[in-house]
Design a protein around this ligand. Structure first.
Ligand SMILES: [Zn+2]
Length: 71
């Protein structure tokens, strides 16, 4: 078990959640234009929670199902 939560681990980014991610959320903070886009992975259960967080703050984001990501 790892302590950190990086997107490479394929695990949901929500705190206390260890489910396998189903969707990748790429978002950015328009108030920090020099910052690079951030990536969250989310399980199906937490997708709405994480998107609500971004919607509330007005942060632009895109979501892609993990199954559609070609590496
Ligand atoms: Zn989750």
């Amino acid at each position: 078990m790892s302590v950190t939560r990086g997107p490479e681990e394929g695990v949901c980014a929500a705190r206390e959640c260890s489910q396998t991610a189903q969707v990748r959320i790429t978002w950015s903070n328009p108030k920090i234009p020099w910052a690079t886009s951030k990536i969250w992975l989310s399980c199906a259960e937490h997708e709405a929670f994480l998107l609500d967080y971004l919607l509330y703050r007005g942060f632009p984001f895109t979501t892609v199902p993990i199954a559609d990501i070609q590496d």
